[in-house]
Design a protein around this ligand. Sequence first.
Ligand SMILES: CSC[C@@H](O)[C@@H](O)C(=O)COP(=O)(O)O
Length: 353
Amino acid sequence: MIPPLQWNDEAFRVDLLDQTRLPVEERWIPIETPEQMAEAIRKLRVRGAPAIGIAAAYGVVLALRDPGAGPDAVQQALEQLRQTRPTAVNLFGALQRMEAVLKAYWQADRETLKAQLLAEARAIEAEDREAGRRLGAYGLELLKDGMRVLTHCHTGGVATSGYGTALAPFILGKERGVRLEAWVDETRPLLQGSRITAWELLKAGVPATLITDSMAAHVMQQGWVDAVIVGADRIAANGDVANKIGTYGLAVLARAHNIPFYVSAPVSTIDFETPSGQAIVIEERDPREITHGFGRQTAPDGIRVYNPAFDVTPAALITAIITDRGILRPPYPEALAALRAQLEAEISTPSTT
Ligand SMILES: CSC[C@@H](O)[C@@H](O)C(=O)COP(=O)(O)O
């Protein structure tokens, strides 16, 4: 498993895998300031909901790289990183945790603040790694040996810090001898499926077949898909799920073909404060991603373009939501409320082990 980034303690910087270069080149770039991290997130050099949160957390630590910088610089970094991408809630959750550390150690000396911020960023990364392993194990309760499973966008190692979210059962399944076959959606317009999912599954030795997004209906109609599994960028309190554009269409297709549709995401992707998908802000990206994708003009100058990066799948189309705390089934408002109560109870009664 390749991580999306590595903290370089000696150089006090982040070494980041530039995902825009995949699969042709595995290029690691040094990130030394919060500005550089914000740029990397905006340009999708690091992407995928959990990875964005982890990257932003380390980006906050970088505010203290300059020997003259103090808590004000950290506060500024928090504001800057919050402006990068609006949809994935992991970004805001991670920054909220970093802000809590900043507030708790505002009056402390610089070295203590630095150490505490770094420890929190490392904790966010480690928790996500463990969440991915659990997502894989729960996913394998639903995805059985021999199944052909369609997935969308990229939800593996470099989008997280370990096994991934929707790709976790494929990777863990490979380790455990459970044979899953993947249908990989290309994922227009930025091709996270063909560039990154296909690359990661090949590396892991998981059998995979690449299709363009518009072929999904056809392969389902042929009876060649046993399940669909996707990740999430934000799950609302009623179970609506924002994920990469095209996910909603797949859910409709899965329902039409009587195929189970699963969402796999860590609890850090659940936004209990957002009542439904309608309240989720959908990022709109540069029209040139469609008209000039990968440097080649493929549409006439002057054409009007709409380029939403995500869509919302209504809870009613989701067969189960796999989380690192177990598998949720409809009705989701009740299942999510129970999960929230469980998580809150754990916070108020910290474990003594
Ligand atoms: C890695 S978990 C799932 C999502 O983050 C993933 O499906 C996705 O939509 C990523 O979008 P991206 O725009 O590439 O950051």
